[in-house]
Ligand binder design. Structure first.
Ligand SMILES: [Zn+2]
Length: 115
């Protein structure tokens, strides 16, 4: 909200201007987290393909890769929680500007913005 003081010929803003330091910091954190989450999806897609044979049977059961996959899912969900709960970002991690974005359809993991 803006109100204009005729006496001082100045405009006053009741909330802080849009590009204050905190908001800028928050935007950078959001961009950084989205990048890390997208990198994670890239890895999940590659790893997922290695966990199944071409007939759809699971391979590498109890392997190092499978353990890594579960660990990374936990880390990835933590990062996403931070993005949603701390930074209040509610769209898809692939969203840029006004583009809503979607997680790749062949990804074994989808973000909460796609649910
Ligand atoms: Zn998504």
């Amino acid at each position: 909200m803006v109100f204009h003081s005729k006496k001082e010929n100045k405009k006053y803003y009741t909330s802080s201007p849009p590009l204050n330091k905190d908001l800028h910091k928050k935007k950078i954190q959001i961009i950084d987290l989205k990048k890390r989450l997208i990198k994670g999806i890239d890895w999940f897609i590659k790893a997922w393909d290695m966990l199944w044979d071409k007939h759809g049977n699971p391979i590498h059961i109890n392997s190092e890769l499978e353990r890594k996959f579960s660990d990374r899912i936990v880390e990835w969900l933590d990062l996403q929680k931070k993005l949603r709960n701390v930074l209040d970002y509610d769209r898809c991690i692939y969203g840029v500007g006004f583009d809503k974005g979607f997680c790749p359809s062949h990804s074994p993991v989808k973000c909460d913005g796609c649910m």
